[in-house]
Design a protein around this ligand. Sequence first.
Ligand code: DHB
Ligand code: MG
Length: 222
Amino acid sequence: MSDTEKITGALEQLFAPEDAALQQALVAAKEAGLPEIQISPLQGKLLQVLAAACNAQKILEIGALAGYSGIWLARSLPAHGTFITLEVSAKHAEVVRQSLDRAQITARTKVRVGAALDLLPTLQDEAPFDLIFIDADKPSYPQYLDWALKLSRPGSIIVADNCIRNGQALVEPAAGDTGSTAALYTYNKQTATHPRLRSISLPMSDGNHTDGYNISVVLPEA
Ligand code: DHB
Ligand code: MG
């Protein structure tokens, strides 16, 4: 076992142990044939720390996958809080509903099925969201950032997964490149330079691959 794996294991045991509902969400995802690309327990706990930092009562997730991150997010809310997660796949959404149900957090949770860029304009009445977690199709990340800014308030926190990609998301792409890493570069660049955001992308290594969150705090209007 590498040092990184040992340290990660010890940190998970201390700060982010998984209970049965989280473990079952992973089993259900695997059984349904979903890709094993969910966040790590430490990344789940970091979302909860950030939710506490912005006193989150309303959380929006773009890209539910199997509901694993959704359990961490919804659990960070008070009982009267609201968690809305957007999922493009009806099949995945069914797995999400079952996993959230097992975690006993369905009362504060809404799973909306459809393309996020179609659903986001329908959320304006429910805004502002205190925390927004972006973890969906990568080419749309710059547009998700635009929507996150529209649907947030000063002090809201916007987190986006996969913003390092072994460093590829930090390399300026060729003109006209419309691929995933090019869009992730654009996301990094826009958050780094946006006058209403204070941002950082943090490298997080699992021992083999370094990816990580971009974390942006929405500043008051100047
Ligand atoms: C992929 C997507 C993710 O959100 C992730 O965390 C890892 C991989 C992917 O599409 O390959
Ligand atoms: Mg991801």
